[in-house]
Design a protein around this ligand. Structure first.
Ligand code: UTP
Length: 297
């Protein structure tokens, strides 16, 4: 069965970014000049997933408004003949077929995914987290979907990280498969201490999930941090047989990824992505050395 739907959980508290996330979803924070969720929706659409459901909580208005028309602003830009900016604001209107589901209580990422069950139905689907921005030149989601279509089961995106950073991520124990970029996942641990981690392979925020995950999530108790963890459900799926919808593979990703999950990496992502841009990169590149080493020039 083909993968056609994307789920984007955006109902977390975003505590690492307070106070800005007090009334604004973390996914609306700009990376250069677009909210991070727009990059993620563009990525989903680029992978052929035009049906997008966003799991929201408090302050969902800005998210919905961003993917809808702003008729007054359109009229104002049209009156000024500002075609370029008009194109910019229109770009997010018809990007995808957008749906919104309220999570209610933010009981964890696993619980957020479970709230999409009715919309997704009995089909495999993708989950994309706004904390990880993947460069469109390295389209890993399309590869993950092809692995799902070939083998069934669920597929994770795994990235080698320095050992001392593995405690920030879900971590996978794996064995190789015949394909050099695909591994079979035998176990998963959420945010392990470096010395207990089964590998340096971190789970990045892209998933292609078998619908069997819903039944597993509905019986998954709160885990790490008192939250219903997607990692715990994936660990159970890894132990289940293919006929039960189990089996978890990982696609090894070494492409360009920008982490926007905490304040420092968010600032770094903004700088890295602005440096890549034709309109901002040259001026930023010339300016950075003057602040880093004012005496240098
Ligand atoms: P995080 O663990 O990054 O949590 O969630 P958070 O609340 O957004 O951020 P911090 O850690 O408090 O700073 C990973 C993703 O899962 C979503 C978040 O919106 C984020 O995209 N999420 C998390 C939900 O949708 N619901 C939840 O109950 C928890």
């Amino acid at each position: 069965m083909r993968v056609t739907k994307a789920v984007i959980p955006a109902a977390g508290f975003g505590t690492r970014f307070l106070p800005v996330t007090k009334a604004t979803p973390k996914e609306m924070l700009p990376v250069v000049d677009k909210p991070s969720i727009q990059y993620v929706v563009e990525e989903a659409v680029g992978a052929g997933l035009a049906d997008v459901v966003v799991i929201t909580g408090r302050s969902k208005r800005p998210l919905e408004d961003h993917f809808d028309r702003n008729v007054e602003l359109e009229a104002a830009l049209e009156a000024k003949g500002d075609v370029d900016r008009l194109d910019l604001i229109m770009a997010s209107n018809d990007l995808a077929k957008m749906h919104y589901i309220r999570q209610g209580d933010a009981l964890g990422l696993g619980h957020a995914v479970l709230t999409a069950q009715h919309h997704v139905g009995n089909e495999p689907f993708a989950v994309l987290l706004g904390d990880d921005l993947i460069d469109p030149r390295d389209p890993v989601l399309a590869r993950m979907i092809s692995v799902r279509e070939q083998h069934g089961g669920s597929v994770l995106c795994l990235m080698e990280v320095p050992r001392d950073q593995i405690s920030l991520y879900g971590c996978a124990a794996t064995v190789p498969t015949d394909a050099p970029d695909v591994v079979s996942v035998t176990d998963l641990v959420e945010k392990p201490d470096a010395q207990d981690a089964p590998s340096s392979l971190a789970v990045i925020g892209r998933y292609v999930l078998d619908p069997a995950v819903f039944a597993v999530l509905s019986r998954t108790p709160p885990g790490s941090g008192g939250e219903i963890q997607l990692t715990d459900a994936l660990r159970e799926l890894a132990r289940m047989t293919a006929s039960e919808g189990g089996g978890v593979r990982g696609v090894l990703f070494d492409g360009r990824r920008y982490d926007t999950g905490d304040r420092l990496s968010y600032l770094q992502a903004n700088i890295l992505m602005a440096l890549e841009r034709d309109d901002l990169g040259p001026a930023l590149r010339a300016w950075l050395p003057t602040v880093l080493d004012p005496e240098g020039g």
